[in-house]
Write a protein that binds this ligand. Structure first.
Ligand code: N01
Length: 495
C-alpha cells in the first residue's frame, strides 16, 4: 500500500521571482496551504469569509459534533498531536487543534477575516482579486481551499416560516435556544443526525427523528487513550507514527477497496458487521423501519456505536411517515399526525457542488468558471481546470471523500501543487494549468471506474451528481497517492 504524504519532498526555497499567492479559506486545507507556501518563503494572504480559522470545525458547533475518522490520522503529518483523548475526537478539540496549528505557524496572523472573495479575474498573467471588504489585490497564484460541506441545504418545506419554535440548520446552531426538557425534532438521518440523536435524546423531553431514508450504521467504539499512552506518544514520535500507520491501514485495506468494488469481499465483510449491528435493535418494528433498502456504504456510512441505543430510548421516536408540511406547532406528517415541537433542527446536509462559488472566477480569455462548470464541477486530478492558469483547488471536485482522512488527502494535493509552484520559482514557466485533453482523459476514466463502485448500486446520496455519477474519486486510494506524487508535465499547458 502506498505510504502517506509526510512532509513531501524537501521544500525548496522559492529563489526565483517573488511570488504572491492568495489562499481562499482558512479551514484545514487553507491553513495547510499557507504553511507550505511559507516553508518556501512565498508571500501569501489568506482570505476567510468567517471570523476565525477552522472551516467546517468553526462552522459546525452542534451538540455531539465529532469526527468519525480516527483523530490521530486526522492531523497534519508535520504537527501530530499526542494529546487526543480518544480514538475519535470531539469537534471542539479538533477546532482547537487547527486554531493552535494556525497560530503556531503564523497563519492566523496573515489571514484577513470577514473577507469573502467575490471575484477572481485572470488578466495579463496574474489574478486580480476582490473582496467584500473592498480590498483589491493582485496575485500570481491562487489556491482555493474553500471546502465541500459548507453551503447548508435548506429544503423547501411548506410552512417552514410559520413554525413558532426555534428552527435552524445543523451547521448554523443557535446556542441561545434551550434544549433541556424540550421537544426536539431533527430532520435527516445522515452522520450529523446520528451524532445529534446521541447528544440530544438524554436532554430532550421528547426527541423525534424524521427519517426519509434509513441509514446503514457501522459500530465503532470511541476508545479513550490512557495517560500512559499519551505520555508514550509525547516521548516517542515513532510510536505515534506506528499507530497512525495502523489506523490508516485498517481503513484503507477494508473500506477503500469496499467502496470502489461493490462485489468485493471487503464490502461483504462491512455489510455483515452493519447487519449484525442492526440486529441489536430489539423492537422488530423499529428494526424494520431502520433497515435500509440499498447496499451498505452506497450512502456515506454512518459510524456510531451509540445511535441505535439513543433511538431505542423511551423518549425517542423514529418518524418514517413523510413530512407533509411544517405548522406553527410542529411537523405534520402524511399519516395526519402533528408532531408538536419546541425546536426543529434541519440536519439536511449541504449543497456539495458549489466549491469556490459564489465567488466569480474568470480565467484566460474571459472564461467564466460558472460556464465551464454549468454541467457540474470538474478538475483534472481534482485540482486544476484548463484555462484557469495558476489556480488550484484543494479537496476540489471528485476528490476522495467519505470516511477517509481529508487532512491526508489535502496533504497529498498540496505537495503536488507545490511542485508546480516550484516550476515557477525555478523560472521554468510562469503559467501552468491542466490541458483540456488531460481533463477529458481523467474524466472518462473516472466515469468508467464509477460503474463498479458501491455508490451506483441503487441509492440516492450527496455523492451522486445530477447524472447519477459519483462526484468523488472512483479509483483506488493507492492510485490517488500515486497520481498525486508528482505532476506529469505533459498533462499541463505552460507558458
Ligand atoms: O448530511 P447528509 P449530514 N426531507 O447529506 C435528509 C460529513 N459529516 O450533514 O437520505 C426529508 O448526509 C436526507 O435524506 P435522504 C460527512 O461527509 C462528517 O448528515 O436524502 N429529509 C439525509 O438523511 C457526511 O456525509 C461527520 O433521503 C431530507 C439528511 O437529510 C456529510 O458531512 C459528521 C430532505 C442529510 O444527510 C453530510 O452529513 C457529520 C427533505 N427534503 C457530517 N432533504 C464526521 O464525523 C434532506 N434530507 C466526519
Amino acid at each position: 500500500m502506498a505510504e502517506p504524504a509526510q512532509n513531501g519532498p524537501a521544500s525548496e526555497r522559492c529563489e526565483g521571482p517573488s511570488l504572491r499567492v492568495a489562499v481562499i479559506g482558512a479551514g484545514m486545507a487553507g491553513i495547510l496551504a499557507a504553511i507550505k507556501l511559507q516553508d518556501r518563503g512565498i508571500e501569501c494572504d489568506v482570505f476567510e469569509k468567517g471570523d476565525g480559522v477552522g472551516g467546517t470545525w468553526r462552522e459546525n458547533t452542534y451538540p455531539g459534533l465529532a469526527c468519525d475518522v480516527a483523530a490521530h490520522w486526522y492531523t497534519y503529518s508535520f504537527a501530530r498531536n499526542p494529546e487526543w483523548d480518544s480514538l475519535m475526537a470531539a469537534g471542539e478539540d479538533i477546532r482547537a487543534y487547527f486554531e493552535r496549528v494556525a497560530n503556531d505557524f503564523g497563519v492566523t496572523q496573515r489571514t484577513r477575516f470577514a473577507s469573502e472573495v467575490t471575484e477572481l479575474h485572470y488578466r495579463d498573467g496574474g489574478w486580480d482579486l476582490e473582496c467584500t471588504t473592498g480590498y483589491q489585490g493582485r496575485y500570481d497564484f491562487v489556491i482555493a481551499a474553500t471546502g465541500v460541506l459548507h453551503h447548508p441545504n435548506i429544503p423547501r418545506f411548506d410552512g417552514l416560516e410559520t413554525f413558532e419554535g426555534a428552527v435552524f440548520h445543523s451547521a448554523r446552531w443557535n446556542h441561545d435556544v434551550e434544549l433541556n426538557g424540550k421537544r426536539i425534532g431533527v430532520i435527516g438521518t445522515g452522520s450529523t443526525a446520528a451524532q445529534l440523536a446521541t447528544a440530544l435524546v438524554p436532554r430532550a423531553e421528547r426527541f423525534d427523528l424524521f427519517q426519509r431514508t434509513a441509514q446503514w450504521v457501522l459500530p465503532r467504539d470511541n476508545v479513550p487513550y490512557t495517560e500512559e499512552e499519551k505520555a508514550r506518544f509525547r516521548k516517542d514520535p515513532e510510536a505515534l507514527e506506528a499507530l497512525i500507520r495502523e489506523l490508516r491501514a485498517k481503513t484503507l485495506e477494508g473500506f477503500a477497496t469496499a467502496v470502489i468494488d461493490a462485489d468485493s469481499p471487503e464490502l461483504a465483510a462491512i455489510e455483515q458487521i452493519c447487519r449484525e449491528n442492526l440486529d441489536t435493535v430489539k423492537d422488530p418494528d423499529l428494526r424494520h423501519r431502520l433497515t435500509p433498502d440499498y447496499r451498505v456504504a452506497c450512502k456515506r456510512l454512518v459510524i456510531s456505536s451509540t445511535f441505535y441505543d439513543a433511538i431505542q430510548q423511551p423518549n425517542a421516536n423514529l418518524v418514517t411517515s413523510p413530512i407533509q408540511r411544517i405548522e406553527p406547532a410542529g411537523v405534520r406528517t402524511a399519516d395526519g399526525v402533528l408532531h408538536d415541537l419546541d425546536v426543529l433542527v434541519l440536519a439536511t446536509g449541504f449543497l456539495v457542488d458549489r466549491f469556490i462559488r459564489p465567488t466569480r472566477v474568470i480565467g484566460r480569455h474571459g472564461t467564466d468558471l460558472d460556464d465551464v462548470w454549468a454541467e457540474g464541477p470538474l478538475a483534472y486530478l481534482s485540482m486544476s481546470v484548463p484555462d484557469f492558469p495558476n489556480f488550484f483547488l484543494l479537496n476540489g471536485p471528485n476528490s476522495p471523500v467519505g470516511n477517509f482522512s481529508l487532512v491526508e488527502v489535502a496533504q497529498h494535493q498540496i505537495e503536488y501543487i507545490m511542485q508546480l509552484v516550484d516550476g515557477i520559482c525555478r523560472g521554468d514557466y510562469s503559467e501552468v494549468s491542466a490541458t483540456p485533453g488531460a481533463l477529458r482523459r481523467f474524466e472518462t476514466e473516472r466515469r468508467e471506474a464509477a460503474r463498479k463502485t458501491v455508490w451506483v448500486t441503487g441509492c440516492d446520496s450527496w455523492y451522486l451528481d445530477k447524472d447519477g455519477v459519483p462526484a468523488s474519486w472512483t479509483f483506488s486510494y493507492d492510485r490517488f497517492v500515486d497520481e498525486t506524487a508528482a505532476p506529469r508535465m505533459e498533462d499541463f499547458e505552460t507558458q
